[in-house]
Design a protein around this ligand. Structure first.
Ligand SMILES: [Fe+2]
Ligand SMILES: [Fe+2]
Length: 147
């Protein structure tokens, strides 16, 4: 498998979990879904930075590198909100609902930009074989992340 296909699969998983969390008000269900979501998201983001963003920053033109740098910042923003939602004791509250809805918007927008802009740059810059190697790197980085 090549990296972009893998990243797309994981984006769909993350979007699915976000939709499920927004669909229920049950605190226990949300809590279970959230821990699954948090692990998936954190592993995905850290490995994506190493396996996709860093190679783009190193070898691409200025615009593509800027997209990757913006991606890093968007990950940071999402991480902060994830930590806040993770600490909240009552995941059934309206405040938590507002937080998860904003996180869903941020991440959906982030994923859309990633798949539109960064994926096209990566397809131009890296051939099939390179993108397969990048997928191996992605898996290796994921296994190192403690989440
Ligand atoms: Fe991603
Ligand atoms: Fe990302």
């Amino acid at each position: 498998m090549e990296i972009l296909e893998k990243l797309h699969q994981e984006h769909e998983e993350v979007k699915g979990l976000l939709a499920k969390m927004c669909d229920t008000e049950d605190a226990r269900t949300r809590s279970e879904l959230f821990s699954e979501f948090k692990t998936a998201l954190v592993k995905h983001a850290r490995a994506e930075e190493k396996a996709l963003y860093d190679p783009i920053i190193k070898s691409e033109g200025k615009d593509a590198a800027m997209d990757a740098r913006e991606g890093y910042v968007e990950h940071e923003v999402a991480d902060k909100l994830v930590e806040k939602l993770s600490r909240a004791r009552n995941k059934g509250s309206e405040e938590w609902t507002a937080g998860i809805m904003v996180l869903k918007e941020i991440l959906e927008h982030h994923i859309e930009e990633e798949e539109d802009e960064m994926f096209s740059s990566a397809r131009e810059q890296f051939d099939d074989g390179e993108r397969e190697k990048m997928e191996e790197k992605f898996e290796k980085e994921k296994s190192k992340v403690k989440a």
